[in-house]
Design a protein around this ligand. Structure first.
Ligand code: PMP
Length: 292
């Protein structure tokens, strides 16, 4: 991934892809002083760009550092990288980290670096393939207690358990892993939030120890706009058999139906399909209104 055509924005400069480098003694690498974002551009426009920029800054503040760019500056930089790379349907990856001035746990005076990379990334599947759903394993690791880790920051260090869990799931033949939380409640997947449907109502875990995804909030708003009930509540693993549909939400996942968790089977149905269609309209308002 480190040598290809294109440009990466680093600390305010547009660099050739291969020149966007950092030093091996960066705090971000040794002590996890790093936060990132994951966003998507549809038709040249980043979906909820300012919300992502605000979350990016908040993630850093939780780790006790300040990203030296405002939401407006970050939004403009992201758009500039997209335009410079000539991309319309792309993944957008801002990342910020503590630099190499202080090789110690405490690094108050380390320089904060910020980079933005983009790469082409069309939506994954056609509707028919998507509606088959994916199979989920259950992770061994649990989402940590907010008193144990900065759970609400999109901190690079929190992804250790996600990588281990996703590797294990893939080794065992699954697409992803469902993670429980420190109290044993159903929480989320390794990079996406989870929703269930029971008797026409939507149920999703309370986002109190994991990321309250921007796609999660979008799906909740879309469901409510359809007059559907959305219940955020404590969901225990022994309830997994009581749901008829299940889907994941996330920038990468968009809305992805789930067909299987352990011995439980789900058939993606009308509610999941409606939300996928509404989501597709929400992320590309121009193309839909132009077609209408
Ligand atoms: N949970 C985790 C662990 C994630 O990495 C992501 C992706 N950022 C999400 C949930 C979904 O968040 P969003 O909808 O903002 O992409």
């Amino acid at each position: 991934f480190d040598q290809r055509d294109g440009f990466i924005w680093l600390d305010g400069q547009m660099l050739a892809w291969g020149d966007a480098k950092l030093h091996v003694l960066s705090h971000g690498l040794h002590y996890g002083g790093a936060v990132f974002e994951g966003e998507r551009s549809y038709g040249g426009k980043i979906f909820k760009s300012s919300e992502h920029s605000a979350r990016f800054r908040r993630s850093a503040e939780i780790l006790d550092f300040a990203i030296p760019y405002s939401v407006e500056e970050l939004d403009a930089a992201k758009q500039a990288v997209l335009d410079k790379n000539g991309l319309k349907d792309a993944y957008v990856r801002p990342v910020a980290w503590r630099g190499s001035e202080m090789m110690a746990v405490a690094a108050q005076h380390a320089t904060i670096h910020t980079a933005i990379a983009v790469w082409e990334w069309p939506s994954m599947f056609d509707m028919a393939t998507k509606m088959k759903g994916i199979r989920l394993d259950v992770a061994e690791y649990r989402r940590p207690d907010p008193k144990t880790a900065p759970s609400l920051s999109k901190a690079a260090g929190l992804y250790m358990i996600c990588t281990i869990s996703k590797h294990r799931a893939e080794r065992r033949g699954y697409a992803d892993a469902l993670m429980y939380d420190w109290q044993g409640r159903v929480a989320e997947c390794t990079g996406a939030n989870v929703f269930f449907i029971q008797d026409g109502k939507i149920h999703t875990p309370i986002a109190d120890c994991f990321l309250d995804g921007i796609t999660r909030r979008t799906a909740i708003d879309l469901a409510k706009a359809r007059g559907l009930d959305v219940i955020e509540r404590r969901i225990m693993p022994d309830e997994l058999g009581s749901f008829s549909e299940c889907f994941l939400t996330g920038t990468a996942a968009e809305i992805t139906p789930v067909s299987e968790i352990l011995e439980h089977r789900y058939t993606p149905g009308t509610i999941t399909r409606t939300l996928i269609e509404d989501f597709n309209r929400a992320v590309r308002p121009e193309s839909h209104s132009a077609a209408a």
